[in-house]
Write a protein that binds this ligand. Structure first.
Ligand SMILES: C=C(CC[C@@H](C)[C@H]1CC[C@H]2C3=CC[C@H]4[C@H](C)[C@@H](O)CC[C@]4(C)[C@H]3CC[C@]12C)C(C)C
Ligand SMILES: C[S@@+](CC[C@H](N)C(=O)[O-])C[C@H]1O[C@@H](n2cnc3c(N)ncnc32)[C@H](O)[C@@H]1O
Length: 356
């Protein structure tokens, strides 16, 4: 009897340990697991240094010269966070209005498919995903529109992840992923029938630089829709709490400087676009996008213990705990940004490249 009891206790402990380390905290079934957390294209032993390098960008004064260094700085950020994003959030690295009775996954897909409806694209069209992440939106939009979707991201690790997901999805033949800088895209003029960017162009030091590139690669008459991260009309630059919230969002999300809502249309027109429609998709009756972030202390503590335990075992690279702690603080700033109404991650603008 003792040996049986010992065997059962050992088996139970092994299962609990396996579940705690490998299953817990995963945002998606068969998604990224904690035990597979890596540091993207950064070698394991360099994670802590790269994390310190990342923070040093914000400690230097904001000189114009750093604008050239932003794409590399963003690439470093995504090497540090992509696996944690996939593990704790899923394959779509963006927010969506909560929808009563719908799962986060369904609400996310509804938000992504709205881009297709706005672009009015369909089979045979070639559309561009500007800042495509690991391809969550790309696969949803390809499935909905049956268009050919080309995604571009600065981060090679994300390209590899997106291609792997695409191969497992039913839309691989419609999807292509390119590693490149959306400020200097490797595509000919007038080569796309539509374009979208979902919470990505906020990483551009100057919005007009990425909008100019998108304008260039679109054929005349084509549409471009973007969900932008901006401060709203409630933001007061002389309110210390507002400044602290926005600075926390910028530093925790690799943003060179958040734009104001009223700059977006002006910049789009400056590069030649006609503005067809513009509105904040977060405004009521839309459900609160930050509700999903309120993961609660218990969930954070659980994920923190999992990440710390894996680092202790040498499974997760040293430094991942620091990145995880940064993201928890960032979640707090983003939540406050939503609650105060001074920030929105989904200021939608729909533009057209004129026929002439
Ligand atoms: C558009 C951008 C990214 C938006 C979101 C996808 C991410 C912003 C903050 C991220 C997270 C914060 C807390 C993490 C938590 C501590 C961890 O246990 C699990 C993952 C998080 C929930 C993580 C998930 C992705 C975000 C919500 C920016 C970068 C332009
Ligand atoms: C928050 S993620 C959003 C990804 C995707 N749109 C989604 O919703 O899942 C922002 C994306 O923009 C990409 N990005 C940021 N700066 C870039 C640049 N200069 N060139 C290309 N991609 C860039 C990042 O690599 C990342 O894939």
């Amino acid at each position: 009897m003792d040996s049986l009891a010992l065997f059962l206790a050992t088996a139970l402990l092994a299962f609990v340990l396996y579940w705690f380390v490998c299953i817990l905290g995963s945002a998606e079934q068969k998604g990224k697991r904690a035990i597979n957390l890596s540091s993207g294209s950064i070698s394991r032993e360099k994670v802590q240094d790269k994390y310190k390098q990342y923070w040093s960008f914000f400690l230097r004064p904001k000189e114009i010269e750093t604008a050239d260094k932003v794409p590399h700085f963003v690439d470093t950020f995504y090497n540090l966070v992509t696996d944690i994003y996939e593990w704790g959030w899923g394959q779509s690295f963006h927010f969506a209005p909560s929808v009563p009775g719908k799962s986060h996954k369904d609400a996310t897909r509804i938000h992504e498919e709205m881009a297709v409806d706005l672009l009015k694209v369909g089979p045979g069209h070639r559309i561009l995903d500007v800042g495509c992440g690991v391809g969550g939106p790309m696969r949803a939009i390809a499935a909905r529109s049956r268009s050919n979707v080309v995604g571009i991201t600065i981060n090679q690790y994300q390209v590899d992840r997106a291609r792997a997901h695409n191969r497992k999805s039913g839309v691989d033949s419609l999807c292509e992923v390119v590693c490149g800088n959306f400020l200097q895209m490797p595509f000919p003029d007038s080569s796309f029938d539509g374009a979208y960017s979902i919470e990505a162009t906020c990483h551009a030091p100057k919005l007009e630089d990425v909008y100019s590139e998108i304008y260039r690669v679109l054929r005349p008459g084509a549409l471009y829709v973007s969900y932008e991260w901006v401060t709203t009309d409630r933001y007061k630059a002389d309110d210390p709490e507002h400044v602290e919230i926005i600075q926390g969002i910028e530093r925790g999300d690799a943003l060179p400087g958040l734009r104001s809502y009223d700059q977006v249309a002006e910049i789009a027109q400056k590069v030649g676009f006609e503005v067809v429609e513009e509105r904040d998709l977060a405004k009521p009756p839309a459900g609160e996008w930050w509700q999903r972030l309120k993961m609660g202390k218990i969930a954070y503590w659980r994920n923190h213990v999992v990440v710390s335990f894996l680092t202790l075992l040498g499974v997760a690279p040293k430094g991942v705990v620091d990145v995880h702690e940064m993201l928890f603080k960032t979640a707090g700033h983003l939540t406050r940004g939503g609650e105060t109404g001074i920030f929105t991650p989904m200021h939608m603008i729909l533009c057209r490249k004129p026929m002439s």
